[in-house]
Design a protein around this ligand. Sequence first.
Ligand code: NAD
Length: 292
Amino acid sequence: MILLDGNKTSTEIKNEIAQEVLKIKETGARLPHLAVIIVGENGASKTYVAAKEKACQVVGFQSTVIEYPESISETDLLKKIKEINENAEIDGLLVQLPLPKHISETKVTEAIAPEKDVDGFHPINVGRMTQNLPTFLSATPNGILQLIERYGIETAGKHCVVIGRSNIVGMPMSILMARKAYPGNTTVTLCHSQTKDLKTFTLQADIIIAALGIPEFLKAEMVKEGAIVIDVGITRVKSEQTKSGWKLLGDVKFDEVSPKCSYITPVPGGVGPMTIAALLKNTLQAYYSNNQ
Ligand code: NAD
Protein backbone atom coordinates (compact mmCIF):
# COMPACT_ATOMS: atom_id res chain seq x y z
CA MET A 1 0.00 0.00 0.00
CA ILE A 2 1.32 3.42 -0.94
CA LEU A 3 0.16 6.43 1.03
CA LEU A 4 -0.76 9.37 -1.20
CA ASP A 5 0.93 12.08 0.82
CA GLY A 6 -0.96 15.32 0.30
CA ASN A 7 1.29 17.25 2.70
CA LYS A 8 4.46 16.35 0.81
CA THR A 9 2.92 16.83 -2.65
CA SER A 10 1.32 20.15 -1.76
CA THR A 11 4.67 21.37 -0.37
CA GLU A 12 6.31 20.49 -3.71
CA ILE A 13 3.63 22.45 -5.57
CA LYS A 14 3.93 25.41 -3.19
CA ASN A 15 7.71 25.44 -3.70
CA GLU A 16 7.20 25.56 -7.47
CA ILE A 17 4.72 28.43 -7.11
CA ALA A 18 7.10 30.29 -4.76
CA GLN A 19 9.79 30.04 -7.46
CA GLU A 20 7.39 31.58 -9.97
CA VAL A 21 6.60 34.39 -7.53
CA LEU A 22 10.31 35.11 -7.10
CA LYS A 23 10.62 35.50 -10.87
CA ILE A 24 7.66 37.90 -10.88
CA LYS A 25 9.24 39.88 -8.02
CA GLU A 26 12.47 40.26 -9.98
CA THR A 27 10.60 41.98 -12.79
CA GLY A 28 9.20 44.53 -10.31
CA ALA A 29 5.62 43.65 -11.26
CA ARG A 30 2.88 43.46 -8.65
CA LEU A 31 2.37 40.07 -7.01
CA PRO A 32 -0.57 37.67 -7.42
CA HIS A 33 -3.36 38.67 -5.05
CA LEU A 34 -6.14 36.49 -3.59
CA ALA A 35 -9.14 37.96 -1.75
CA VAL A 36 -11.22 35.78 0.57
CA ILE A 37 -14.54 36.79 2.06
CA ILE A 38 -15.78 35.04 5.19
CA VAL A 39 -19.19 35.62 6.75
CA GLY A 40 -20.06 34.70 10.34
CA GLU A 41 -18.36 32.66 13.04
CA ASN A 42 -18.27 29.10 11.63
CA GLY A 43 -15.21 27.52 13.30
CA ALA A 44 -14.37 25.16 10.42
CA SER A 45 -14.66 28.01 7.87
CA LYS A 46 -12.32 30.15 9.98
CA THR A 47 -9.76 27.34 10.05
CA TYR A 48 -9.96 26.90 6.26
CA VAL A 49 -9.63 30.63 5.61
CA ALA A 50 -6.65 30.91 7.99
CA ALA A 51 -4.99 27.99 6.15
CA LYS A 52 -5.57 29.69 2.78
CA GLU A 53 -4.15 32.98 4.08
CA LYS A 54 -1.08 31.21 5.47
CA ALA A 55 -0.54 29.35 2.18
CA CYS A 56 -0.59 32.69 0.32
CA GLN A 57 2.11 33.99 2.67
CA VAL A 58 4.21 30.87 2.17
CA VAL A 59 4.31 31.24 -1.62
CA GLY A 60 4.62 35.03 -1.55
CA PHE A 61 1.14 36.00 -2.79
CA GLN A 62 -0.64 39.03 -1.47
CA SER A 63 -3.85 38.10 0.34
CA THR A 64 -6.77 40.04 1.72
CA VAL A 65 -9.29 38.49 4.08
CA ILE A 66 -12.55 40.36 4.45
CA GLU A 67 -14.62 39.33 7.47
CA TYR A 68 -18.30 40.14 7.84
CA PRO A 69 -20.67 39.43 10.71
CA GLU A 70 -23.46 36.89 10.19
CA SER A 71 -25.90 39.80 9.95
CA ILE A 72 -24.50 41.27 6.69
CA SER A 73 -27.23 41.61 4.07
CA GLU A 74 -27.09 39.80 0.75
CA THR A 75 -27.14 43.17 -1.02
CA ASP A 76 -24.07 44.43 0.86
CA LEU A 77 -22.18 41.21 0.22
CA LEU A 78 -22.99 41.33 -3.50
CA LYS A 79 -21.87 44.97 -3.58
CA LYS A 80 -18.47 44.01 -2.12
CA ILE A 81 -18.09 41.20 -4.67
CA LYS A 82 -18.78 43.67 -7.49
CA GLU A 83 -16.18 46.04 -6.06
CA ILE A 84 -13.55 43.27 -5.99
CA ASN A 85 -14.52 42.13 -9.49
CA GLU A 86 -13.67 45.65 -10.67
CA ASN A 87 -10.41 45.90 -8.72
CA ALA A 88 -7.58 45.27 -11.19
CA GLU A 89 -5.14 44.66 -8.31
CA ILE A 90 -6.98 41.50 -7.20
CA ASP A 91 -6.65 38.34 -9.31
CA GLY A 92 -8.72 35.78 -7.45
CA LEU A 93 -11.78 35.97 -5.21
CA LEU A 94 -13.49 33.31 -3.18
CA VAL A 95 -16.35 33.48 -0.74
CA GLN A 96 -16.00 30.80 1.92
CA LEU A 97 -19.04 28.53 2.08
CA PRO A 98 -21.39 27.82 3.78
CA LEU A 99 -23.15 31.20 4.02
CA PRO A 100 -25.90 32.17 6.47
CA LYS A 101 -29.39 31.07 5.39
CA HIS A 102 -30.55 34.57 4.38
CA ILE A 103 -27.84 34.77 1.70
CA SER A 104 -28.23 32.83 -1.55
CA GLU A 105 -25.08 30.82 -2.30
CA THR A 106 -26.19 30.60 -5.92
CA LYS A 107 -26.43 34.39 -6.26
CA VAL A 108 -23.05 34.83 -4.59
CA THR A 109 -21.38 32.20 -6.78
CA GLU A 110 -22.84 33.76 -9.92
CA ALA A 111 -21.80 37.27 -8.83
CA ILE A 112 -18.09 36.45 -8.81
CA ALA A 113 -16.46 37.36 -12.14
CA PRO A 114 -15.66 34.04 -13.89
CA GLU A 115 -12.10 35.25 -14.58
CA LYS A 116 -11.54 35.71 -10.80
CA ASP A 117 -13.44 32.59 -9.73
CA VAL A 118 -10.44 30.61 -8.47
CA ASP A 119 -12.75 28.16 -6.66
CA GLY A 120 -14.14 27.20 -10.09
CA PHE A 121 -17.76 27.25 -8.86
CA HIS A 122 -19.24 29.73 -11.37
CA PRO A 123 -21.60 28.01 -13.85
CA ILE A 124 -19.52 29.36 -16.75
CA ASN A 125 -16.40 27.71 -15.37
CA VAL A 126 -18.27 24.50 -14.59
CA GLY A 127 -19.60 24.49 -18.16
CA ARG A 128 -16.13 25.04 -19.58
CA MET A 129 -14.82 22.19 -17.42
CA THR A 130 -17.44 19.81 -18.79
CA GLN A 131 -16.36 20.66 -22.33
CA ASN A 132 -12.66 20.24 -21.50
CA LEU A 133 -11.96 23.92 -22.23
CA PRO A 134 -9.34 25.96 -20.34
CA THR A 135 -10.86 27.18 -17.06
CA PHE A 136 -10.44 27.13 -13.29
CA LEU A 137 -11.09 23.58 -12.11
CA SER A 138 -12.70 23.56 -8.68
CA ALA A 139 -10.01 23.30 -6.07
CA THR A 140 -10.72 19.94 -4.40
CA PRO A 141 -11.20 17.88 -7.60
CA ASN A 142 -8.22 19.69 -9.13
CA GLY A 143 -6.10 18.85 -6.08
CA ILE A 144 -7.09 15.18 -6.40
CA LEU A 145 -6.13 15.14 -10.10
CA GLN A 146 -2.75 16.62 -9.24
CA LEU A 147 -2.16 14.03 -6.53
CA ILE A 148 -2.98 11.21 -8.98
CA GLU A 149 -0.72 12.78 -11.60
CA ARG A 150 2.24 13.38 -9.29
CA TYR A 151 2.16 9.74 -8.18
CA GLY A 152 2.01 8.67 -11.84
CA ILE A 153 -1.10 6.55 -11.30
CA GLU A 154 -2.50 5.16 -14.54
CA THR A 155 -6.22 5.92 -14.87
CA ALA A 156 -7.19 5.11 -18.48
CA GLY A 157 -9.72 2.30 -18.77
CA LYS A 158 -10.21 2.00 -15.01
CA HIS A 159 -13.59 2.01 -13.30
CA CYS A 160 -13.91 5.02 -10.99
CA VAL A 161 -16.72 5.17 -8.43
CA VAL A 162 -17.38 8.62 -7.00
CA ILE A 163 -19.55 8.70 -3.86
CA GLY A 164 -21.32 12.07 -3.48
CA ARG A 165 -22.65 14.45 -6.13
CA SER A 166 -22.15 17.91 -4.58
CA ASN A 167 -21.44 20.84 -6.87
CA ILE A 168 -18.05 21.39 -5.28
CA VAL A 169 -16.66 17.84 -5.12
CA GLY A 170 -18.58 14.80 -6.37
CA MET A 171 -20.19 16.19 -9.52
CA PRO A 172 -17.07 17.91 -10.95
CA MET A 173 -14.92 14.94 -9.90
CA SER A 174 -17.10 12.53 -11.87
CA ILE A 175 -16.90 14.73 -14.98
CA LEU A 176 -13.14 15.18 -14.70
CA MET A 177 -12.45 11.48 -14.27
CA ALA A 178 -14.47 10.74 -17.44
CA ARG A 179 -12.79 13.41 -19.58
CA LYS A 180 -10.55 12.47 -22.46
CA ALA A 181 -7.44 13.53 -20.55
CA TYR A 182 -4.89 12.41 -18.01
CA PRO A 183 -5.85 11.91 -15.24
CA GLY A 184 -9.18 10.80 -16.66
CA ASN A 185 -10.36 8.38 -19.32
CA THR A 186 -12.00 6.28 -16.62
CA THR A 187 -15.45 4.73 -16.74
CA VAL A 188 -17.31 6.62 -14.03
CA THR A 189 -20.15 5.57 -11.75
CA LEU A 190 -21.55 8.42 -9.67
CA CYS A 191 -23.20 7.18 -6.47
CA HIS A 192 -25.25 9.35 -4.12
CA SER A 193 -27.78 9.26 -1.30
CA GLN A 194 -30.42 7.58 -3.50
CA THR A 195 -28.09 4.85 -4.80
CA LYS A 196 -29.37 1.39 -3.95
CA ASP A 197 -26.90 -1.27 -2.80
CA LEU A 198 -23.88 0.99 -3.10
CA LYS A 199 -21.54 -1.86 -2.20
CA THR A 200 -22.16 -3.62 -5.53
CA PHE A 201 -20.66 -0.56 -7.25
CA THR A 202 -17.75 0.07 -4.88
CA LEU A 203 -16.72 -3.59 -5.06
CA GLN A 204 -16.26 -3.21 -8.84
CA ALA A 205 -14.20 -0.03 -8.51
CA ASP A 206 -10.52 0.31 -9.39
CA ILE A 207 -10.66 3.86 -7.99
CA ILE A 208 -13.04 5.03 -5.25
CA ILE A 209 -13.40 8.73 -4.48
CA ALA A 210 -15.41 9.09 -1.26
CA ALA A 211 -16.97 12.53 -0.79
CA LEU A 212 -20.12 12.12 1.23
CA GLY A 213 -19.22 13.52 4.65
CA ILE A 214 -20.14 10.45 6.71
CA PRO A 215 -17.20 9.49 8.92
CA GLU A 216 -15.73 6.03 8.26
CA PHE A 217 -18.53 5.13 5.85
CA LEU A 218 -16.38 3.06 3.47
CA LYS A 219 -15.52 -0.26 5.11
CA ALA A 220 -13.10 -3.01 4.01
CA GLU A 221 -15.96 -5.26 2.85
CA MET A 222 -16.91 -2.56 0.28
CA VAL A 223 -13.48 -2.37 -1.38
CA LYS A 224 -11.78 -4.81 -3.72
CA GLU A 225 -8.13 -5.84 -3.35
CA GLY A 226 -5.73 -3.39 -4.99
CA ALA A 227 -8.17 -0.49 -5.24
CA ILE A 228 -7.07 3.14 -5.18
CA VAL A 229 -8.99 5.04 -2.51
CA ILE A 230 -9.23 8.82 -2.29
CA ASP A 231 -10.86 10.08 0.90
CA VAL A 232 -12.28 13.58 0.58
CA GLY A 233 -14.33 13.57 3.79
CA ILE A 234 -13.43 15.75 6.73
CA THR A 235 -15.68 15.56 9.77
CA ARG A 236 -14.79 16.92 13.19
CA VAL A 237 -15.71 14.48 15.90
CA LYS A 238 -15.25 14.71 19.66
CA SER A 239 -12.21 12.89 20.99
CA GLU A 240 -10.85 12.28 24.45
CA GLN A 241 -7.44 11.42 22.99
CA THR A 242 -6.57 14.91 21.75
CA LYS A 243 -5.81 18.12 23.64
CA SER A 244 -8.26 20.11 21.55
CA GLY A 245 -11.09 17.69 22.41
CA TRP A 246 -11.81 16.84 18.76
CA LYS A 247 -10.24 15.05 15.82
CA LEU A 248 -10.78 14.83 12.06
CA LEU A 249 -12.24 11.73 10.46
CA GLY A 250 -12.47 10.88 6.78
CA ASP A 251 -15.19 8.99 4.94
CA VAL A 252 -13.02 5.84 4.87
CA LYS A 253 -12.40 3.46 7.75
CA PHE A 254 -8.69 3.80 7.17
CA ASP A 255 -7.33 1.04 9.45
CA GLU A 256 -9.31 -1.74 7.80
CA VAL A 257 -9.45 -0.39 4.22
CA SER A 258 -5.80 0.62 3.77
CA PRO A 259 -4.30 -2.92 3.81
CA LYS A 260 -6.46 -3.79 0.75
CA CYS A 261 -5.43 -0.72 -1.26
CA SER A 262 -2.69 -0.11 -3.80
CA TYR A 263 -2.88 3.62 -2.96
CA ILE A 264 -4.84 5.53 -0.34
CA THR A 265 -5.02 9.08 1.01
CA PRO A 266 -4.87 9.70 4.75
CA VAL A 267 -7.10 12.12 6.66
CA PRO A 268 -5.73 14.55 7.61
CA GLY A 269 -2.81 15.09 5.24
CA GLY A 270 -4.34 13.82 1.99
CA VAL A 271 -6.88 15.75 -0.06
CA GLY A 272 -7.09 18.76 2.32
CA PRO A 273 -3.62 20.21 1.64
CA MET A 274 -4.00 19.41 -2.09
CA THR A 275 -7.14 21.57 -2.19
CA ILE A 276 -5.14 24.54 -0.97
CA ALA A 277 -2.30 23.86 -3.41
CA ALA A 278 -4.84 23.76 -6.27
CA LEU A 279 -6.35 27.05 -5.12
CA LEU A 280 -2.90 28.68 -5.23
CA LYS A 281 -2.33 27.28 -8.72
CA ASN A 282 -5.66 28.70 -9.85
CA THR A 283 -4.75 32.09 -8.38
CA LEU A 284 -1.44 32.12 -10.26
CA GLN A 285 -3.31 31.17 -13.44
CA ALA A 286 -5.75 34.06 -12.84
CA TYR A 287 -2.81 36.42 -12.30
CA TYR A 288 -1.17 35.44 -15.58
CA SER A 289 -4.39 35.74 -17.58
CA ASN A 290 -5.22 39.10 -15.97
CA ASN A 291 -1.76 40.40 -16.83
CA GLN A 292 -1.60 39.25 -20.43
P1 NAD B 1 -22.35 17.58 0.57
O1 NAD B 1 -23.00 17.36 1.89
O2 NAD B 1 -22.64 18.79 -0.20
O3 NAD B 1 -22.65 16.33 -0.35
C1 NAD B 1 -22.64 15.02 0.13
C2 NAD B 1 -23.01 14.08 -0.98
O4 NAD B 1 -22.96 12.76 -0.47
C3 NAD B 1 -24.41 14.30 -1.53
O5 NAD B 1 -24.32 14.44 -2.93
C4 NAD B 1 -25.18 13.05 -1.17
O6 NAD B 1 -26.03 12.60 -2.21
C5 NAD B 1 -24.09 12.03 -0.90
N1 NAD B 1 -24.49 11.10 0.15
C6 NAD B 1 -24.96 11.39 1.38
N2 NAD B 1 -25.21 10.25 2.05
C7 NAD B 1 -24.90 9.24 1.24
C8 NAD B 1 -24.95 7.83 1.37
N3 NAD B 1 -25.37 7.23 2.49
N4 NAD B 1 -24.54 7.10 0.33
C9 NAD B 1 -24.10 7.66 -0.81
N5 NAD B 1 -24.02 9.00 -0.98
C10 NAD B 1 -24.41 9.78 0.03
O7 NAD B 1 -20.80 17.42 0.88
P2 NAD B 1 -19.48 17.99 0.13
O8 NAD B 1 -19.44 19.45 0.25
O9 NAD B 1 -19.32 17.35 -1.20
O10 NAD B 1 -18.38 17.38 1.11
C11 NAD B 1 -18.26 15.99 1.32
C12 NAD B 1 -17.18 15.75 2.38
O11 NAD B 1 -15.95 16.24 1.89
C13 NAD B 1 -17.42 16.50 3.69
O12 NAD B 1 -16.90 15.72 4.75
C14 NAD B 1 -16.58 17.75 3.54
O13 NAD B 1 -16.15 18.28 4.78
C15 NAD B 1 -15.41 17.21 2.77
N6 NAD B 1 -14.70 18.20 1.95
C16 NAD B 1 -13.35 18.15 2.03
C17 NAD B 1 -12.60 19.01 1.26
C18 NAD B 1 -11.11 18.94 1.34
O14 NAD B 1 -10.45 19.85 0.94
N7 NAD B 1 -10.56 17.82 1.83
C19 NAD B 1 -13.23 19.93 0.42
C20 NAD B 1 -14.61 19.93 0.34
C21 NAD B 1 -15.34 19.03 1.10
